[in-house]
Design a protein around this ligand. Structure first.
Ligand code: 3PG
Length: 319
């Protein structure tokens, strides 16, 4: 899509850039709000399998309502579409629940520092599983990403292995989700918004039995009594807010993916983490040691370097 930029007039190119900037700003802002409410919920009601499921329930219900009331035109899908969506939904479900489990165990900022290593996972999966090769500078740019994340993890005050592994599993799952989505969305007539809606519905079907097996109604009922006693009915609003914002930020991100290349998308996603890391540290007053912050800064800088070398590489390929 971006390669078409050279043939369109400058004014429509500027309009397109403005549109994408608005998508990015909305995506990032919605994501910050989601992360804050999600953590507030998990602090009071630490059942990540249930809260992950409720996010999908809410998104699916919102989209079914929009289709029934014709607010949004329902997508025309066939069996092949749902078959192609299945691996995307499996990866989305694993990535989603793993990130939520991670955030239930560690600070939001720590989960997102580890999640800033997603480009490194993407290169390693493309190299070792898909057999794609990259120029040397791409591999070199992974060193600060991996080193920075390693330093941040080693110096994290509240390190927890489940929290760390959850973020790592989420990285791996989302790399596969992006690879499968890219294939599934190619040449299809379903919009980004409806594609994400179908993804939510299928993920909800996949996740529900696992959530019941991992936690289950008895645990939820006991936890709910405690949350009500500790926080009061506000916790219900927080669950509502985290669920609505989860759907909205993902929907906007898929709407952006319709407009930009997967590379620009994944860089935007990592840059989004800077706003999440900074805002969550401020709001939750997360203690951060200077060496820990240095690790995070090196990792994010590595992502910036990575994006530059990948863009240069793509430009060379287009010439
Ligand atoms: C989730 O619950 O799916 C994660 O918080 C998603 O994280 P990401 O969209 O920022 O990768």
């Amino acid at each position: 899509k971006e390669s078409k930029a050279e043939v369109v007039p400058a004014s429509s190119e500027a309009a397109q850039k403005l549109k994408i900037s608005i998508y990015f700003a909305t995506w990032w802002a919605l994501n910050v709000i989601f992360n804050i409410y999600n953590k507030k919920v998990l602090n009071a009601f630490p059942y990540p399998w249930l809260t992950s499921t409720l996010s999908l329930v809410c998104g699916s219900a919102m989209m079914l309502f929009s289709w029934v009331t014709c607010l949004v035109e329902a997508p025309k899908t066939d069996l092949d579409f749902w078959k192609a969506l299945f691996p995307v939904a499996v990866a989305h479900t694993i990535g989603h629940v793993a990130a939520t489990v991670s955030m239930s165990k560690v600070a939001v900022s720590f989960t997102h520092i580890i999640k800033s290593a997603e480009p490194a996972f993407s290169v390693l999966v493309s190299r070792f599983i898909l057999g794609e090769s990259f120029p040397m500078p791409v591999y070199l740019s992974l060193l600060p990403i991996i080193g920075g994340c390693g330093l941040a993890a080693a110096t994290e005050l509240n390190f927890n292995m489940i929290g760390f592994m959850g973020a790592m599993i989420s990285n791996l799952a989302f790399v596969f989700r992006n690879i499968f989505s890219k294939r599934g969305m190619k040449g299809k007539s379903v919009s980004g918004m409806n594609y994400y809606a179908c993804l939510s519905i299928m993920s909800l079907v996949i996740l529900t039995p696992f959530a019941i097996a991992m936690e289950g109604p008895q645990m939820w009922a006991t936890g709910w009594q405690k949350a009500l006693a500790d926080v009061g009915p506000n916790v219900l609003w927080w669950i509502g807010a985290q669920s609505v914002f989860y759907h909205l930020y993902n929907q906007v991100s898929y709407m952006s993916l319709d407009q930009i290349s997967p590379l620009t998308f994944s860089i935007g996603n990592t840059m989004k983490r800077i706003s999440v890391i900074v805002s969550s540290i401020i709001i939750f007053r997360t203690p951060v040691r200077p060496v820990n912050a240095l690790g995070a800064a090196i990792a994010i800088f590595g992502t910036f370097l990575y994006s530059q070398v990948r863009f240069m590489d793509e430009e060379c390929l287009q010439k």
